[in-house]
Structures are given as structure tokens and as C-alpha cells.
Design a protein around this ligand. Structure first.
Ligand code: NAD
Length: 498
């Protein structure tokens, strides 16, 4: 576990020497004191990134050369996959199989952007057909400069990869600020890029507290673009800070996503997808389908099956064999989720299953897999992100009612529909106001496909070729090709008719 920041290709202690505690959420023990970077360290990191971009060779390398570095980074992560997954478990609490899958996905993300930039970015030069044929015009994409990336704690290394891989692929430099709750694997990314021989200053990693290191990063005038994943409230601060210097900004924020189950759906499959949609990663997933709407004819059966299956999920320390539900990430998150369940009950909801700390686990930030019914539509439990293993289930009668209930949210990240009637599934998918829609499934995420939300779930898209566009500027180059000296549009004074 590293105790220094990665700035300008070197490991440095924070200027003021500060640290913060890293706690294993399964044992509540302090497992490390991580370096607490502050505005001075951000200053050094931004300077290094500016040098890396403005004066360095990184943006001038060919796409193929940069892709080579990305492949080396991917290989470096793959080589240490098991060790990194174990770090993710003790840092975040997630079960080992989930952590292992995340690390594999991070490898896949670097490989995907290595391949895509090599294939696509080169071909992004476009010719524009102009009505005046004496001119030719082309459009080229260029790296937009230095990006400041701020990521959350729920997928620590994977969220770093979602930002760093496309940014580096196109030639940007980056300062990355990981969440103070899960700094361990992001710092290891520093070691991996160092081993890959990435030029100095291209990727800088500063751990620290959000209100200090994060705030200094979003306020820094040397940053051209802010790429943020986290809560709506911090996202709003990021957008306000970006507004001051007209920084580019992309935001991946929260959700309160619906899963709509029609009478004709395959109920056994629906139960599996619902459980994956809300209990994977302890429900700490922006795209979690935390509102389930089940049609009248299937509501009771679905609820019974969901309760039965949910109770079978093995809960415990993520390092133990067979565990599929770990602790929440922190004491604060534990308190927030349990108080949201308490508030739901006060508002009139019934706890159909779970609802508290598991009786067998005295230590650790564990919350039982929880199912709420009779959740009032106006309550926070139905409207606000709980970010824990808590799902609300409600009946509905008609397709129109389901769509209205599903869309009645300030969020619009994901939505799922399950029905064996293809035409209906397509109609409902089209009616959802959400950036990611799943038919007869929930949560499958592919690096190839765009990720991002409508409404307050964010601005812009990550992943796929859309992820590259986040880090590119567009330049048009127009050339006058006529032999004539005058271009004909400028009206000379002597030509003005009197
Ligand atoms: P958060 O907003 O509390 O923190 C996110 C990051 O912001 C952290 O790195 C933190 O250090 C930093 N931060 C905090 N205050 C800051 C400030 N004043 N200035 C700059 N940075 C600051 O969110 P979280 O609790 O870490 O993550 C959970 C949230 O993230 C949920 O709302 C979830 O839905 C969302 N999320 C969204 C996606 C997505 O792709 N849409 C993915 C994962 C998580």
C-alpha cells in the first residue's frame, strides 16, 4: 500500500505531510494511512500535467504509439489482477469475485481504447462539402489538453480506467483525484503507468479529501476539462467551478432507476435480474434499479420469489469464500442507508425483508438485503438515491401507468423493462427518459456502448467512441484554393453601387 502521491513521474510525499485513514469496511480496522494531498500538491500535479501536454511529446505521438502504452498498462494491471482485486476488497468491501471482475473490466477498458484510438481516431478527419467549391474544408479532432478527473469509491480502479484510458488514448494529460474512501488501487495505477514507461506528467494521481484536493482541482485554472463521477450535490459544485473558466465538463451522477416487470415476463429471470440490479456491489451502483414496478397479475408472485431468493444471498467479509454481499463502504454510508430505511418506515413503507444490520455480524458496515413495499410515491425512499442494498417494489396496472411512474424522477440514468411481448418492450424502451435502457435484463455494461444519463443523472457520455469525444476538441481547417487574388465576398469600396 502506497503512502506517496504520483506526480510528474515520481513518488512524492504530500507537501504538508498529511495522511488520512483507510478503513477495511468488513472489520472497521484502519489498514493504512494514505497520503492527503492538498492544494499545493494539486498545483504541482497540474503544472506537471501542463508540461506533459504543452511541452511534452505525448500529444504529438501517433495514435498507434499511444495505443502501445495503453496496452502495456492493461498488461501491467492484468499481471497483478489478483493482488489488485484483494486490495479493492479490503478498501471498498466488495466480495472478491466482484472485485476480480472489476479489475478485469479495467484491463478491458485500456485495451478497448488502445484498439479504438488506433482504428478510429486516425479516421476522424472529415472532409466537409462546401457550396462554394473554391474552398475546401476539413474537420480534425485534437486532444483538448489537461483533464482533471474525480472519481467515486464504488468501482475505484474501474472508474479511474473509464476516465484515464480514453483521455490518454487521444493525447490528453490528466490529474486524477480518487475518492478518499478508496485510494489504494488508484495509487497502484501510478505504479503500473510508471512501469509502462508513460512519459512524465501525463498521468498524475493525487489522493486527498474531496473538499481539499478535489476542490483545488476543480478550481484550478490550468485544467481544461473536468470529468467527474459522483453525487449530484458534488457534481453541481463541479459544474459551477467549471463555469468560472468555461472548462469543458462531463458529469456521471446518480440515479433512482426503474425496472418494469409486465405480467407476461419470465418471472424467474426477472427475479435474477432484479437481484443483480440492486444487490450487486451492495447496491452502491449509480445504475442500480432501485425501484421495481410489477404489473398487478404478477406482483404477489414476483414479490414472494424475490424475498425467497434475496434471503439466500450469502453476506459477510468479501475475502471469505462464497460471499456475494459485502459491507457498505464506510460508517457514514452505513448510517445513511439505515436511516433511509428508518425514514421509509416512518413515511409509511413496509419492510418486506431485511431492513437492518445482519444479526450474525457485529462488526463491519453490513446492511441486510432489504425489500420495501407500500413505499409512498412522494417519499424520499421512492425518489432519492439510497445507494445501498435497498429496493422498493410497487404494483401497477397499465403500460401507460408504468411509464408515468418510471419517468417520474429527477434522475434518468437507466431503466429496465421485462416482457415477452417484443413490441411492448420496444414501446416502453422508447418512452423511458433514460440514457441506458435494458430489455429483459438489468445492468449489463459494455465498454463499447455509451454510458450516461438524462436529466440530473449527468452531462455527456463515457465509454465507447463517445468516451473519446469527451477529451477532444474539434477544429475546422478551411482553405481557399482559387488562383484569383480576390475571394469575391469582400466588397471593395469602389464596387459599392451609388
Ligand atoms: P461524492 O460526490 O461524495 O464524491 C465523489 C468524488 O468527489 C470523491 O472523489 C470525492 O473526493 C470528490 N469530492 C467531494 N467533495 C468535493 C469537492 N468539494 N470538490 C471536488 N471534489 C469533491 O460521491 P460518492 O459518494 O463518492 O459516490 C457515490 C455517488 O456517485 C452516487 O450518487 C452514485 O450514483 C454516483 N456514481 C455515478 C456513476 C455514473 O457512472 N453515473 C458511477 C459511480 C457512482
Amino acid at each position: 500500500m502506497r503512502s506517496q502521491l504520483y506526480i510528474d513521474g515520481k513518488w512524492n510525499s504530500p507537501v504538508n505531510g498529511g495522511t488520512f485513514d483507510v478503513i477495511d469496511p468488513a472489520t472497521e480496522e484502519v489498514i493504512h494511512r494514505a497520503p492527503a494531498g492538498t492544494s499545493e500538491d494539486i498545483e504541482a500535479a497540474v503544472k506537471a500535467a501542463r508540461r506533459g501536454f504543452d511541452l511534452g511529446r505525448w500529444p504529438k505521438l501517433s495514435d498507434t504509439e499511444r495505443a502501445g502504452y495503453l496496452c502495456k498498462i492493461a498488461a501491467g494491471i492484468r499481471e497483478r489482477q489478483r493482488e489488485l482485486a484483494q486490495l479493492e476488497v479490503i478498501d471498498n468491501g466488495k466480495p472478491f469475485p466482484a472485485a476480480d471482475r472489476d479489475i478485469g473490466d479495467a484491463v478491458g477498458c485500456f485495451e478497448f481504447y488502445a484498439d479504438l484510438t488506433d482504428r478510429l481516431y486516425n479516421s476522424l478527419e472529415e472532409k466537409i462539402a462546401l457550396p462554394d467549391t473554391r474552398f475546401t474544408s476539413k474537420v480534425v479532432r485534437e486532444p483538448l489538453g489537461v483533464a482533471g478527473a474525480i472519481i467515486p469509491w464504488n468501482y475505484p480502479l474501474l472508474m479511474a480506467a473509464w476516465k484515464a484510458a480514453p483521455a490518454l488514448a487521444v493525447g490528453c494529460a490528466m490529474v486524477l483525484e480518487p475518492s478518499e474512501l478508496t485510494p489504494l488501487t488508484a495509487l497502484e495505477l501510478g505504479a503500473t503507468v510508471d512501469d509502462a514507461g508513460l512519459p512524465r506528467g501525463v498521468l498524475n494521481i493525487v489522493t486527498g479529501l474531496g473538499p481539499q484536493a478535489g476542490q483545488a482541482l476543480i478550481d484550478h485554472p490550468g485544467i481544461d476539462k473536468l470529468a467527474f463521477t459522483g453525487s449530484v450535490s458534488t457534481g453541481s459544485k463541479v459544474m459551477a467551478a467549471a463555469a468560472r473558466d468555461i472548462k469543458r465538463v462531463s458529469l456521471e451522477l446518480g440515479g433512482k432507476s426503474p425496472s418494469v416487470i409486465f405480467d407476461d415476463a419470465d418471472i424467474e429471470q426477472a427475479v435474477e435480474w432484479i437481484m443483480f440490479g440492486i444487490f450487486w456491489n451492495q447496491g452502491q451502483v449509480c445504475s442500480a434499479t432501485s425501484r421495481v414496478l410489477a404489473q398487478d397479475g404478477v406482483y404477489e408472485r414476483l414479490l414472494t420469489r424475490l424475498i425467497d431468493e434475496t434471503r439466500k444471498i450469502p453476506i459477510g467479509n468479501g475475502l471469505d469464500d462464497g460471499v456475494l454481499l459485502g459491507p457498505l463502504v464506510s460508517e457514514e454510508q452505513h448510517r445513511k442507508v439505515l436511516s433511509a430505511v428508518g425514514a421509509a418506515r416512518v413515511a409509511g413503507a413496509t419492510i418486506a425483508s431485511g431492513g437492518g444490520r445482519p444479526a450474525t455480524l457485529e462488526r463491519g458496515f453490513f446492511v441486510e438485503q432489504t425489500i420495501l413495499i407500500d413505499v409512498p410515491l412522494a417519499s424520499d425512499a421512492w425518489r432519492e438515491e439510497i445507494f445501498g442494498p435497498v429496493v422498493g417494489v410497487r404494483p401497477f396496472s397499465t403500460e401507460a401507468e408504468a411509464i408515468e411512474l418510471a419517468n417520474d424522477s429527477r434522475f434518468g440514468l437507466t431503466a429496465a423493462v421485462m416482457s415477452n411481448d417484443d413490441a411492448r418492450a420496444e414501446r416502453v424502451a422508447a418512452a423511458f427518459r433514460a440514457g441506458i435502457v435494458w430489455i429483459n435484463c438489468s445492468q449489463p455494461t459494455f465498454t463499447e456502448a455509451p454510458w450516461g444519463g438524462y436529466k440530473q443523472s449527468g452531462v455527456g457520455r463515457e465509454l465507447g467512441r463517445w468516451g473519446l469525444e469527451n477529451y477532444l476538441e474539434i477544429k475546422q481547417i478551411t482553405r481557399f484554393t482559387s488562383e484569383r487574388r480576390s475571394w469575391g465576398w469582400y466588397i471593395k469600396p469602389e464596387e459599392v453601387a451609388r
